[in-house]
Design a protein around this ligand. Structure first.
Ligand code: NAD
Length: 443
């Protein structure tokens, strides 16, 4: 699992060699630690569109040192441009005018954020064209910035301006260390609940499937850190590891195979009887059974689809049908960049993970009526036992073929899940956000 190349590249001789040979330079990423400031250097905000006031209010609430006038030679932790006032292609010049003079002043692990309008919400074709064009700018910046910096586009629908704080906090902080080149959409909602930003999930119950190890264990830890009681679920064979995770996060363990016929009913009963319902459901359990299609057995196809997709649909039906998922609830899927790009030997897996995206997109409007959101993370190369088992050459390629030149950590996926789970993320619905360091796959 250890990334020996990254360790070597951070030594004196390693740094020299990396620079001389133009090799990938995986800098240590800024990851969140409790007590850290949201951004370690001032944030420059520009633009003056309809979201600017809300951006300033969010940054004030987060006690961020904010500047509105660029200074030559200044160092900035983040550059934020409200581009919602761009209404045609000529207006795109505002991107150049704002970022060109200051982009060199961005610190390492800095943040570049552009705020736009979703093209389908624009008044006419010219505005929609220009707003769509911003995506190309942001994705290119993600690739150009290097040194662990990220670039994102946040599209804010008209009427959703007041709902940007949880997303801005996530994207500016070290919680989004391995998220880059993404387009996040915020839709109109009623009032946004007030939260204690240190423990936003206090008093909530979360279910995490596949929680005994890897990404699921990290999700359980982060949701527990944020104040949730976490019901950690895994198959009986993982019972010992599962109990250890549940104890560590101060939660409880539930041994259940999610593909069993009785699983949805048992789970609904457990959550209703023991916890009076559930607020957050994270469908993390997943398996791979890789083979090219010609060599794949029926069992390999069936088991992957059953765990990764059908079980999730059955659990959703049971939890929603019996009103076990409370109002204000959160459903969070775990897709994969393989579900976006496809992959040799993973026709079964990619089908199931693309299905997760379909589930998110189709259920989002239905669940919105119940004040519930559904979103998914799509991880890229994450350092787990699963990826440690990949043959060396492929593993190295997977690690380096992204803008960060390194693999992500389970905590990076977990922090993204926690942002979706936050009660203040009520306008974030129907999003699929890749946690892949802007992988070249599926770009
Ligand atoms: P992992 O194999 O370490 O953990 C998966 C967990 O799911 C295991 O504890 C397993 O026992 C549990 N599980 C499997 N079948 C189950 C069932 N029928 N009922 C209950 N639990 C079951 O995998 P991981 O790397 O931590 O991956 C977690 C999720 O992230 C998966 O959905 C995976 O597809 C996805 N993902 C991982 C990566 C990566 O790089 N590791 C990349 C993209 C997506």
């Amino acid at each position: 699992m250890a990334d020996r190349y990254q360790r070597f590249a951070s030594t004196g001789p390693g740094r020299l060699l990396v620079r001389r040979l133009g090799l990938p330079n995986p800098v240590p990423l800024r990851r969140h630690r409790p007590g850290d400031p949201l951004v370690p250097a001032p944030v420059l905000v520009g633009g003056g569109g309809r979201v600017t006031d809300a951006v300033h209010a969010a940054l004030r609430s987060a006690r961020v040192d904010t500047r509105s006038t660029p200074e030559s030679d200044a160092r900035y932790g983040a550059l934020v441009l409200d581009a919602t006032s761009i209404v045609d292609s000529r207006g795109l010049r505002a991107l150049y005018d704002f970022f060109h003079p200051v982009v060199r002043g961005l610190t390492s692990c800095g943040r570049l954020i552009v705020i736009g309008t979703p093209p389908d919400q624009c008044d006419d074709s010219r505005e929609a064209t220009a707003q769509r064009a911003v995506e190309g700018f942001v994705r290119s910046m993600g690739k150009e910035l290097r040194r662990g910096s990220t670039a994102q586009l946040v599209t804010v629908s008209v009427g959703a301006e007041h709902a940007v704080e949880s997303t801005l906090r996530f994207l500016l902080s070290g919680r989004s260390a391995y998220v880059s080149g993404q387009v996040v959409r915020i839709d109109p909602v009623g009032a946004v609940p007030e939260v204690d930003w240190d423990r936003p999930l206090a008093g909530r119950t979360a279910l995490v499937t596949g929680a005994s190890r890897g990404i699921g264990a990290a999700i359980a830890e982060v949701l527990g850190r944020d104040g949730a009681h976490v019901v950690c679920l895994d198959v009986p064979a993982q019972g010992q590891d599962l109990s250890a995770v549940a104890n560590r996060v101060g939660g409880s363990a539930l041994q259940l195979d999610i593909t069993a016929d009785h699983a949805p009913g048992r789970l609904a009963e457990h959550l209703r009887d023991r916890h009076d319902g559930v607020d957050i459901v994270v469908h993390n359990a997943g398996i791979t059974r890789d083979r090219t299609l010609a060599k794949m057995t029926e069992a390999q196809w069936d088991s992957v689809l059953a765990v990764n997709l059908t079980a999730q649909e059955r659990l959703n039906d049971a939890l929603l049908g019996a009103d076990v998922l409370r109002r204000g609830g959160r459903v969070i899927g775990v897709s994969s960049i393989a579900g976006i790009a496809g992959n040799v030997g993973q026709a079964n897996y990619a089908t199931s993970k693309a299905g997760v995206i379909g589930m998110v997109r189709s259920l989002a409007p239905v669940l919105a009526a119940r004040d519930v959101t559904i979103n998914a993370v799509a991880p890229g190369f994450i350092e787990t036992r699963m990826t440690a088992a990949i043959p060396l050459f492929l593993r190295e390629a997977g690690r380096r073929m992204n803008s960060m030149s390194q693999g992500g950590l389970p905590v990076d996926v977990a922090e993204t899940v926690a942002w979706f789970a936050n009660p203040a993320s009520t306008g974030v619905n129907g999003n699929v956000v890749r946690v892949c360091g802007q992988s070249l796959l599926g770009a």
